[in-house]
Design a protein around this ligand. Structure first.
Ligand code: NAP
Length: 259
């Protein structure tokens, strides 16, 4: 399917690995020029090179912490007027809520709520003026379903979801959409890290824990960053202009609900 976005410009935050990288690759395959971001410069450069080889689109890597005002400014300096913004960031570490200090609570809220809001503030009016814009916030299944030890992630991302719900309606008539994409279990470095931790604390092998975790999912497998990216690219396409203000689960059926 031609997504109709060839020649558009996208900023994909936190995209040197994992789900962000999957989104960048899929948008690149649709002919969108890309601004990639991550903190580790060498990993970021390697990903930029990989995407250039596969897609031949322009790829500009910006090594910066997207949670900081300086990091956001560095990304926007190379692309002040993106047509597409994918909001993504690291997630808070797994932790019992009793162990969260005030500073770490505020850090989590900054990463997963304040940062995407600040970036939306900076790009939305231009998208409205040009009558095309697509914003996708990568949030989490934890917005809908508690995940033990990820209460801060759930809270901050639910706050973001509520915050943008009203804003999405104010720009819908300008062909600007804002949606949230909610991953369940996707096979990325982050998931592998949590499997390793669970293996260490339980005494089981990482493979056993992974098999147990995947067995909880009706699809009986983890998702891939590539399929996540393709769904994100569709939400950014011309065909998805009538989808806005939605929270779209990609979880292989894990969240057990009728609606
Ligand atoms: N994978 C899952 O199953 C899953 C499920 C639910 C929710 N999520 C959420 O989805 C998001 C992406 O997860 P993932 O699995 O793709 O993680 P990942 O594999 O660990 O990749 C995270 C990416 O974000 C970058 N990053 C992290 N902090 C950053 C910062 N402050 N500034 C700029 N870049 C930053 C990392 O690069 P550097 O480290 O070099 O900065 C890396 O490119 C996270 O918020 C996660 O909590 C994931």
């Amino acid at each position: 399917m031609d997504l109709g976005i060839k020649g558009r410009k996208a900023i994909i935050c936190a995209s040197s690995r994992g789900l962000g990288k999957g989104c960048a690759m899929a948008l690149g395959q649709a002919g969108v020029s890309l601004v990639l971001n991550g903190r580790d410069r060498s990993v970021l450069e390697a990903t930029a090179e990989e995407i250039r080889r596969v897609t031949s689109v322009a790829v500009t890597p910006v090594a910066a912490d997207i949670s900081t005002p300086e990091g956001q400014a560095a990304v926007l300096a190379v692309c002040p007027d993106p047509d597409i913004l994918i909001n993504n960031n690291g997630g808070p570490p797994h932790r019992d809520f009793r162990a969260l200090e005030r500073a770490s609570i505020l850090d989590g809220v900054t990463m997963n709520m304040v940062t995407p809001i600040e970036l939306i503030q900076k790009v939305l009016d231009n998208m409205s003026a040009q009558r095309f814009g697509r914003i996708v916030n990568i949030t989490s299944i934890s917005v809908k379903m508690p995940v033990a030890g990820l209460d801060l992630s759930s809270g901050a991302r639910a706050g973001l979801t509520a915050f943008v719900a009203g804003i999405a309606r104010t720009v819908a008539d300008r062909n600007v959409t804002i949606n949230n994409l909610l991953p369940g279990y996707f096979d990325t470095d982050r998931l592998r890290g949590s499997l390793r931790l669970a293996a260490q604390s339980s005494g089981s092998s990482e493979e056993t824990i992974a098999a147990q975790r995947a067995a909880q999912v009706p699809a009986k497998r983890f998702g891939s960053a590539a399929e996540f990216g393709q769904t994100c690219a569709f939400l950014c396409s011309v065909h998805a202009g009538y989808i806005t203000g939605q929270s779209i689960l990609m979880d292989g059926g894990l969240y057990p609900s009728t609606f």
